[in-house]
Design a protein around this ligand. Structure first.
Ligand code: LIP
Length: 292
């Protein structure tokens, strides 16, 4: 990392995010005109592709020595290596974007040695910018430190507001594990549940991680999403005092491309909360096991 100027990269990623943000807010996506990838819940628009082209062209020109991985140009089998790599989601929250729900962002991350080192997450609809450089803190709109308030102790899951996501795979073992876990998280103590304050499914992994970093959410659990969904948010969360554990029970050191993530905000009792959450998961997700 010694030869990379992370501050300069961070500043450039912010300017790129703002430029891409204008493309995103000036687009007119429709649910009917959007295309699908794997299935009808896995959407992509012309804007996702155009933003990725802008970002990849700009980054490859300015940093020819840094590799690039993006959601829309990823091909199965492309492997993340220890070499410095930009990991980019041009629009995270595409489903919200096509429905005009203003909870979507561009997510620009840099991983070095497979560890997220720089993160920029920008929601152009609300003009909310989250960013961080490893070891140098996390910020909202460049100047307000995260978390937004001094973190209170976490306590039990029954005190927590928890984000989960449905993802786009809607059958099979991992879907069954998710649905059963959602019910267990929400259910009352009388029926053996954890009785969390509530569950949220907001539709953007990157913004969910930033909400955990801010302290607005206590926990976010998702299995099945990808490195570009989490790389930027990961460094922002970590710099805000949060942690990312494996979305399956037992793993304290998940890989950025591990596809199973349990994010917990900063505050006393983090590890105990992770262990309590792992005890609620109803089975084992299969996704990502090949990278563990
Ligand atoms: C989406 C995520 C969402 C998750 C989906 C998907 P996209 O990213 O952020 O939270 O549930 O699996 O990965 O497709 O909008 O870039």
């Amino acid at each position: 990392m010694a030869d990379l100027d992370l501050q300069e990269i961070h500043d450039y990623l912010i300017s790129l995010a703002r430029e891409a943000g204008e493309m995103i807010t000036s687009a007119h996506p429709t649910t009917s005109a959007s295309g699908t990838k794997k299935n009808s819940a896995d959407l992509v628009t012309e804007t996702d592709r155009a933003v990725e082209t802008l970002v990849s062209t700009s980054l490859r020109t300015r940093y020819p020595h840094i590799l690039f991985m993006g959601e829309e140009t990823y091909a199965p089998g492309d492997l993340l290596t220890a070499a410095p790599t930009f990991i980019v989601d041009p629009i995270d929250g595409t489903t919200n974007f096509v429905h005009r729900l203003p909870y979507a962002c561009i997510s620009l991350g840099l991983a070095v040695n497979l560890v997220p080192a720089v993160g920029v997450v920008y929601n152009p609809f609300t003009q909310t910018l989250y960013s961080a450089i490893t070891g140098r803190g996390a910020f909202l709109n460049r100047t307000t430190p995260l978390p937004l308030a001094s973190p209170t102790p976490l306590g039990a899951l029954s005190n927590c507001l928890v984000a989960v996501e449905w993802g786009s795979d809607r059958s099979g073992n991992d879907y069954d594990v998710k649905v059963a876990t959602f019910a267990k998280l929400a259910g009352s103590k009388e029926i053996g549940g954890a009785m969390v304050h509530s569950l949220r499914s907001l539709g953007s992994a990157a913004l969910n991680m930033c909400a955990v970093a801010s302290g607005a959410l206590d926990v976010y659990w998702e299995t099945g999403c990808w490195a570009w969904d989490v790389c930027a948010g990961w460094v922002i969360l970590k710099e805000a005092g949060g942690l990312v554990a494996d979305g399956n029970p037992g793993g304290w050191k998940p890989r950025v491309d591990g596809r199973r993530y349990l994010s917990v905000r900063g505050g006393e009792g983090q590890k105990e909360l992770v262990e309590e959450f792992w005890g609620v998961i109803q089975g084992k997700c299969e996704v990502g096991l090949e990278t563990s």
